[in-house]
Design a protein around this ligand. Sequence first.
Ligand code: PLP
Length: 295
Amino acid sequence: MTSKDQPPAPAQLVAVHGRGIVSSKKHVATADDLGFTRGDGVFDATRVRTGSDGISTIDNLEAHLARLDQSFLRLTGEHVDRDFWRELVDEAVDAWSHPGEAVLKLMQTSGLESVQGIPLLVLSITQMSEASLAQRAGIRVTTLDRGTASDAHLDAPWLLGNVKTLSYAVNMAAKREAHRRGVDDVLFTSSDGYCLEGPTAALVVAKDGVLTTTPVEGTGILDSITQKQVFAKAEKDGWRTEYRLIRPKELAKADGVWLVSSVRGAAPVLELDGRELTTEAKLTKKICKYAGFKN
Ligand code: PLP
């Protein structure tokens, strides 16, 4: 692809703790930042919606700050300073006026290789890509073995299960493998044959008035804020909800299967490993509404 064929870069704003808003072309990390050299740091992400009047709303900011804090605590034994983060978010969101949907990403590294305890706090707001928005209409998914058992994380906190670290190279490689196979996304499975999660999304399955997802304990999956919100709202609407290990073959008999996340909402899985799934549009509309998305 020549540079002429490249789609235009999405609008972006970057802010750094201690420096405020910086040009998104400026380098923000030093070469010995552990986040950069080792992927040793944490992040979280949510959606920002901006109206034509330039006023922005952030989805579930406090829940994302709480998870960022838990991730950092698990990684380093220290808490993040949520007030620093709130100030930086306020400053950035005030300056962001691009109408439509965007991704707010909060990144905190564990420090420098040479000097411990000087974490870098970087925030970005990036206009949502057309490709992400298009996936809300439906995705084709391949299962990929993540290579660990469904209970691998039970007594092994050093494996950083449930922690949203900056080390997402495996997740990104899995997405690239999906694209090589001609599909959109991945459902990770455990070595003992259970569904886990997507590289950037949780799994929600509907069958006969029951919503099911993968349990967090032992599996190492991320505790999804969207999935929890879907379950809380669905329960009020009369659904039963459960956390249990699911075999991929169960998905073929489900009424609906979705990969859900704070950025994408609930993307219906239309095809899994080359087999069509039956996810009714009416049901998807409901799940999206529970997730706080219109679709
Ligand atoms: N699982 C993984 C690995 C993720 O990276 C994400 C989101 O980025 C999710 C699940 C969904 O989490 P949430 O609903 O909190 O966005």
